[in-house]
Structure formats: C-alpha cells, structure tokens
Design a protein around this ligand. Structure first.
Ligand code: GLC
Length: 566
C-alpha cells in the first residue's frame, strides 16, 4: 500500500507567507536542550545558558536545524522549571535575560533557529498571581485566574472531584485560612507547586498573548507548548473514573477524560496563530499534546492552529514491523489530511531514553523510571535497536526531534541512588514510581575531564555513571561506526537527499521487515531473526550496524540503500 506524502519542496503548501522559499519547519531536525543537563559554564553542577552558547558549534557540526530549550525561567524548580514564577526572565541558576538574548543571536548567526518552552496550563505556586490568589477571598478576581473550588463533605474536607495528579496523588490541595478555618481547594493536574490556570479568564488569555509577544520581540523562532491538551477543562469538572493503571487517561478506547483534549483549546491556538502570523519570518507553535488517536492530534495542527504536534504514538510504538508500519502510515495519513508535517520523536526529558526503552520486553507495560533493584535492560540490545530506530526515523518525511545525548547513544541512568531523585513523581507516588530523573542526567562531552566535560568542576546535579566516559563526544567524534558519526552522517544525507520533504512508498517485504522508498532512497529495517537481502540492484548508503559478510541486513539493523551505479 502506498502512503504518499504530498509534501514536496515546490508544493503549494510549502511556500512561506512572503513567498521566500520553503517552510523550514516542515522538514526540520530540532534538537531538544534540557538546559540544566546540557553544559555548565560556572561549575555549580547545573547547566546554564552561557554553557549552551559555548556548545552551539557542536550542534552545527552535528547538523541540526533548530534547538528547543526546556524552561529556563525563574522558578522554584518544583518540577525542574516547568513551574514558572516569571515568564519574562531567566532564572539565576541558568543566567540572565541578556544570556537568552545572546543565545538567540549566536544561534541565528550560525543558522540555527531557537524554540522556547511555553508553560500555559499552570504557573508556579510562587507566581505573583497565585500568591495574590492565596491572600484573596473565595470568589475574588484574583482567585478566578486559577481553579479554586469548595471541598466536598460537611466541612469541605474532601477534594472537589476525583481527579488525580499526573505525578500521583490527588489533583487538589486545600488552603486553610491563616486562623485555621477550612478553606478552598485548588486544582493542579501536576505538582501542588503547579496550580492550573483558569483559561476562561480573559486576564489569563491576555497575559499569554503578551508573553508570546515578549519572546517573539526578542527574536525566538517558536514555542513548544507544554501540556497543550490540558488548558481547558470540562466546565462541570465532572468526576472521572480512571481506567486501571493510568493517571493520564489518554487511551484510545476510553471516553475522553474531562481534563484533557477538550474542544475549547483550539480557539486559544487559533488566537495565538494569528499573533504569530503578525510577525515577519516563520515562527512556529509545537503542541505537546498526549492525544490519541492521530486524527484527534491532527486537529491541533489544522492550518489556522499550531504548526506541529509531537507524535507520541510513534514514540510509544512497539519495536515490531507491524506496529512501526501502522503508526507511520496512520501518522502520515492524519497530518496529510490537514496539510501539516508529521513529526517523529523517540526520546525526550519525560520518557525512558530509547536506547534503554527498546530493550524492554515487547508488549509489557513501560515502567515510569527504572531503579537499581529493578531488572536491568540489555544495554547492547537497546543501543542496537535505538540506532536502527533512529536511522529509520531520519529517513521519514516530516520533522524529527532529537533529545540531547541520544546522538551519543546514551542509555537511561537505571541505577541512580533513590536519595538523589528529584522528579516529583517519586515523592508523590510514595516512592513507588521512580520518575524521569534517569533520562535527565548531565551529558558527557569529554571522557577524561571533570563531570565528563559537562562543566569545569566535578559538580553535577544528578550523579553521572562511570560508563559515561565511553559515551563522551570526544570518544566518538571521527570514529567510524560510532553512534555520533551515525547521526552526523544520517543528518547530512537526510539534508542532501531532501528526505524530510520526500514521498514515502512501501515496498513488498517479508513479514518481519519494514521496507520503503523515500524518494530515491530505499530504507530497510530488519525486525526478524534472519538476515535479509537488500532489494536487487541497490547498494548500501549507510547502515545502523555492521552488515554481515554477504552484505545482508542483520536483525535490528536499518540500511539506507540506493540504486547501484554501474
Ligand atoms: C510536560 C513536560 C513535563 C512537565 C509537565 C508539567 O509534560 O514535558 O516535563 O513535568 O508538562 O509541566
């Protein structure tokens, strides 16, 4: 079956508003920087913006088109900066506002675009609005910017509804009066330090338009919109009966939960899009929306809304030819219908790194974090599959997201001591779910330097495992066959061959093999036990692992091939 992508470099849909060339974001490779773990300039063990600036040349050498920075705004860091106390400044741990300006300018000088994180579902509990709300009366305008409600029960001692926090425990916290009189409850779909905003409030809407303008005026190229599916809640805040084993409720066969993916969110994004469209250039909105199926997600990227949405269905797909083909077909079909590019993503700061995740038993429930006493995944198997998955991903039409460190083949840190964990999930689940710290460990640049070159000292806000030395950039640069060189070559070829704007066509293949053409390139991934041959008349261009003696593709390897030149 064919799943043609309708995007071509010259297609009508790819022109910019001013007619100057293609829309960069339709095929961009965007590199996620998690600032606290990328590069530390001052040796305090926490990465910072000057550290990012100092490493921009490395990202140019890697060959990405843009960077997306996770939040660097002033914050108590209750959720690693996703609890924002001031949307218009930089937290001192990351630098100053002038450092953000310099970063944007230096990135632009090198041809890199810059996307910043926007966190509109909630503020920090330290945000002046929330502090004001706590001191204000129930029903006051200050409280109306958030979601305060009376509790249930004779004295309001029970939460207003059954909703749970994504990080565990109830999604409500009670605020008693200074004299101990029982007070109202406020909603937080995440940590108690992240009160949800009330998006029915005009003040809230106006404020976020002003925040968009603040960063657009500073020259950013777009916004990754945190929890884009959560801003609007069903008006009656109806109870929700959670399907077993999930707090997010984003399962395809369930009725839609009253706190996620409500139709009202789209009006907000249409307004934001019109703000972005006032600016010259091509700034983008990217939805972080854990929404399935693909057709519902596609609603976020209709022509007058956002530009892209993360494809988490792809990230979550099992490592089988059937699951991979299904998700690729479905994703392309759904976004094609609305004229948006599909995105592809395998890792980020919220999930197990794919070099570890892909080694877990296929079909089993994925743990939220792995600890030293858990069964340890097979690192070699995980890396082999991760390299194959990445090479497959980088051939696909659309835009691809990389998460810092994956170009080094970094696995999850699966033996972090529990006492250093900082993810609120660990605390809020009474230490039953370890959470996301294992994918957030500062990354290694130089094998023989303090903190593996993360910073000038040994300090590192999460301990780096000794094995990081093997993965350091300086151990892999210019080393044939290294994961870093695989990424670098694949990114170069992807660009040269225009694969991001290509057209995908499936080829006949054995059951355990995925084979397709993207324009002139044949892509083969072998999920089966036996090696397979490349299509006749083709020769390998790049492979995610060594081919066996006869040039056949072994298990868990992807090859890009082209017609043999005589
Ligand atoms: C998003 C972020 C995650 C954060 C949450 C709450 O899912 O990616 O890191 O904890 O939103 O802001």
């Amino acid at each position: 079956m064919n799943t043609p992508s309708t995007r071509t470099r010259d297609g009508a849909g790819t022109r910019t508003r001013d007619g100057a060339g293609t829309d960069w974001w339709r095929e961009a490779v965007i590199y996620q920087i998690y600032p606290r773990s990328f590069a530390d300039s001052d040796g305090d063990g926490i990465g910072d913006l000057p550290g990012v600036v100092a490493r921009l040349d490395d990202l140019v050498a890697l060959g990405v088109d843009a960077i997306w920075l996770s939040p660097f705004y002033p914050s108590p860091q209750a959720d690693a900066g996703y609890d924002v106390a001031d949307y218009r400044d930089v937290d001192p741990i990351f630098g100053r506002l002038a450092d953000a300006d310099r970063l944007i300018a230096e990135a632009h000088d090198r041809g890199l675009r810059v996307i910043v994180d926007l966190v509109p579902n909630h503020t920090s509990s330290a945000h002046p609005w929330f502090v004001e709300a706590l001191g204000a009366e129930p029903g006051s305008p200050a409280r109306d910017r958030y979601i305060f409600r009376d509790g249930r029960g004779p004295n309001g001692e029970r939460p207003p509804n059954s909703w749970r926090s994504v990080f565990g425990g109830p999604a409500w916290t009670k605020v008693d009066g200074p004299d101990g009189t029982p007070g109202q409850w406020y909603l937080h779909l995440f940590d108690a330090g992240q009160p949800d905003l009330n998006w029915d409030s005009t003040q809230v809407r106006d404020e976020f338009v002003a925040i968009l303008r603040f960063w657009l005026d500073r020259g950013v190229d777009g916004f990754r919109v945190d929890v884009a599916h959560g801003l609007v809640k069903q008006a009656d805040l109806a109870d929700w009966h959670y399907p077993e084993e999930t707090t997010s409720g984003d399962h395809v066969d369930q009725p839609r939960p009253p706190m996620w993916d409500q139709d009202g969110v789209h009006e907000i994004y249409r307004q934001w899009r019109s703000v972005l469209d006032e600016y010259p250039g091509q700034q983008i909105l990217v939805a972080e929306a854990w929404v399935q199926p693909a057709e519902r997600l596609a609603a976020y990227v209709r022509p007058d809304e956002m530009h892209q949405a993360f494809n988490f269905e792809y990230l979550e797909a099992a490592w089988t030819s059937e699951a991979q083909r299904t998700v690729i077909e479905r994703s392309l079909a759904a976004t094609d219908k609305v004229g948006a590019p599909t995105t592809w993503v395998l890792s980020n700061h919220d999930v197990l790194r794919h070099a570890t995740r892909l080694a877990l038993p296929i079909g089993a429930a994925r743990p939220r974090g792995i600890g030293a006493n858990d069964p340890q995944p097979d690192t070699a198997l995980g890396l082999r599959r991760a390299r194959a998955a990445t090479l497959m991903m980088l051939a696909l039409p659309g835009s691809a997201y990389l998460y810092q460190g994956e170009e080094l083949g970094l696995p999850e840190h699966t033996t972090l001591p529990d006492e250093v964990r900082q993810d609120p999930t660990w605390r809020r689940t009474d230490h039953t779910e370890r959470g996301r710290d294992g994918c957030r460990v500062p990354i290694p640049w130089e094998a023989d330097s303090p903190s593996y070159g993360f910073g000038p000292t040994d300090a590192s806000w999460l301990p780096q495992p000794p094995v990081w030395a093997e993965y350091a950039l300086d151990r892999q640069r210019d080393v044939p066959g290294s994961t870093y060189e695989l990424y670098r070559t694949a990114l170069r070829l992807r660009r040269e061959l225009g694969l991001g704007a290509g057209r995908l066509r499936w080829l006949e293949s054995p059951e355990d093999v995925l084979a397709c053409c993207v324009d002139e390139v044949t892509v083969v991934t072998n999920f089966g036990a036996e090696p397979v041959s490349l299509p006749p008349g083709t020769e390998p261009l790049i492979a995610s692992g060594p081919l066996n003696g006869s040039g056949r593709v072994p298990t868990d390897v992807t090859v890009w091939a082209r017609q043999r030149v005589r």
